[in-house]
Design a protein around this ligand. Structure first.
Ligand SMILES: Nc1ncnc2c1ncn2[C@@H]1O[C@H](COP(=O)(O)OP(=O)(O)O)[C@@H](O)[C@H]1O
Ligand SMILES: [Mg+2]
Length: 524
């Protein structure tokens, strides 16, 4: 995962303009929390777990954290007008709260009940929306973007919540988290309801599920893409990780849609599950996939009752056929005709997901957000497959790095995955963050060079990401596919705590223009 860390992360998320006040005692009863009141029962009109975001009338959630206890920030929250505080016994015992005399809700698992409380405070907004939640290791952003385009094509006012952007009825906000904290999420849903949104497509990460951020949310549809090694620094192991993802399928979604091309997906299937597959018998299938030189794919969507519809997905990679099928199935489960979603997907590009940079050059250039071993393998395999189908002798060229301060185990695996698949691998920097970039690259190079020489392509190391992209472009020949992997839609590169402007799509376009002598062409 390589989100751009920016000051925006501190911006307060939107709040609805009208909230019907709820008595604190009613909230206490809802989650069976102990109520500590010195005077009257306060009316609550909002919730947050960040003291700096508190508004008058809020319930401030003072949660235990790794380094500090939220209760230690109570003074700031009270000064901002917090009407009450939700905390645990440890928090209630902190001097900052004991001395304040503020009404308290005390619960053993304040984080666990925060979603339900926030949902109640904001009028249970998810019950007024048809929300499609998508979980899985990869494909969440792609699938939710596709679903949202289908919902819009069917004429609905939509919301989109995900890594790249949060959109409310056509208005774009910048989003800092794949899935917001529970109170922020419920407030966001309430804003959506106020603005006339009826249908929402939402990414639901395993972190979010494990941390209860989606608690209090009713899903019309829950969807699963796939599962592979990822975030193992956060989840103890694959089984744990799977259980976190599986939480979306514990009955909280009215309908469940699962891609069964992966053993983990098959484990989620039960009576009534809507299934999706590229190759097996399933509720929704793809038939006769063909690939154009651009990487665009045509196929027939075979739906329930064996209805067949012609579809095109512009995004290269067989997994994007799978993503498109899942999107069609999810939107259909939410009441959208398959024709509408298929029409919308046919015209869709997803920012930084197998996104083509076309400057009229004689090779294919792609920017892709693959930054996990399985994603890198899948992308390079699918690109190879595309070259084979096109029947030319094109080569695969990949530029990639690994982020700093995260999952170190994946570095040699990613180096190996690339070296085994690409004729040329250019190992470079991603977001080194607080780490020494050369050490990150060294781990990747080690993995790459551990592959026997006759089983790998050429491996070069160029730390400067711009120079690495330029080298890949310089070496590309007609029919080749250049993949710049890892940063996708990101617009900055974080080095030693500073985010420098950097957009792979622009740098790649510039490199192509420079090589072919196009000067001053605008590609904003
Ligand atoms: N269904 C899929 N299976 C395998 N890899 C995928 C799939 N969909 C996308 N990818 C790869 O994962 C990367 C991230 O895709 P994205 O849609 O952003 O997923 P997420 O939001 O789950 O991280 C893409 O750039 C692509 O390389
Ligand atoms: Mg995402």
């Amino acid at each position: 995962m390589s989100p751009v860390v920016s000051p925006k992360a501190a911006t307060a998320p939107p709040r609805p303009s009208h909230v019907e006040p709820v008595a604190l005692s009613e909230l206490a009863a809802l989650v069976d929390a102990r109520l500590e009141l010195s005077a009257q029962d306060p009316a609550i009109t909002g919730a947050t777990l960040r003291a700096q975001h508190v508004r008058p009338g809020d319930l401030f959630a003072a949660l235990p954290g790794a380094n500090a206890h939220g209760a230690d920030f109570a003074a700031q929250a009270l000064a901002a007008g917090a009407a009450a505080v939700l905390t645990d016994e440890a928090g209630a015992g902190r001097p900052a709260l004991r001395e304040a005399g503020i009404p308290l809700l005390v619960h053993d698992d304040p984080r666990g009940v925060l979603g339900a409380l926030a949902a109640r405070i904001y009028g249970d907004p998810s019950s007024k929306l048809a929300i499609v939640g998508v979980t899985g290791t990869s494909g969440k952003t792609t699938v939710t973007t596709m679903i949202e385009s289908g919902l819009r094509a069917a004429g609905h006012t939509t919301g989109l919540i995900g890594t790249v952007q949060t959109v409310i009825a056509g208005q774009r906000l910048d989003s800092a988290f794949t899935t917001p904290e529970a109170p922020d999420l419920q407030a966001l849903f309430a804003v959506m309801v106020e603005r006339g949104v009826t249908h929402v497509a939402m990414e639901v990460s395993s972190h979010a599920l494990a941390l209860g951020r989606a608690a209090g949310t009713r899903f019309a549809v829950g969807a699963f893409t796939n599962l592979s090694q990822d975030h193992l620094d956060f989840h103890a192991d694959m089984e744990d990780y799977f259980q976190a993802k599986a939480a979306l399928f514990d009955g909280r979604a009215a309908k469940e849609v699962v891609c069964v091309d992966n053993e983990w997906g098959r484990r989620l299937v039960k009576d009534g599950t809507i299934t999706v597959s590229l190759n097996e018998d399933a509720t929704w299938r793809a038939e006769g996939v063909t690939v154009a030189a651009s990487g665009a794919q045509s196929f027939a969507v075979v739906g329930p009752d064996d209805t067949k519809l012609d579809a095109v997905v512009r995004l290269p990679g067989i997994f994007n056929v799978s993503n498109a099928l899942l999107a069609v199935a999810c939107a259909h489960a939410a009441g959208i005709a398959a024709e509408d979603t298929i029409r919308a997907i046919g015209e869709l590009d997803v920012p930084g997901r197998m996104e083509r940079v076309n400057r009229g050059q004689d090779f294919v250039a792609l920017v892709d957000y693959s930054h996990k071993p399985a994603a890198v393998s899948a992308v390079l395999d699918t690109v190879r497959d595309q070259i084979d189908r096109a029947g030319n002798d094109g080569r695969v060229i990949v530029v990639l790095g690994c982020g700093g301060d995260r999952d170190r185990a994946k570095r040699p695996i990613m180096g190996e995955a690339a070296a085994r698949r690409a004729e040329l691998t250019v190992i470079t920097d991603d977001n080194p963050r607080g780490e020494e970039p050369a050490a990150i690259r060294a781990a990747m190079v080690e993995g790459a060079l551990a592959v026997p020489e006759d089983q790998r392509g050429e491996v070069v190391e160029i730390g400067d990401r711009r120079a690495a992209i330029q080298e890949a472009v310089r070496r590309a020949r007609p029919g080749d596919v250049v993949v710049v992997a890892g940063k996708g839609h990101e617009t900055g590169q974080e080095i030693a705590g500073v985010v420098h402007p950097f957009d792979d799509r622009h740098v790649l376009a510039d490199a192509i223009d420079e090589r072919f002598g196009i000067i001053g062409k605008d590609h904003a």
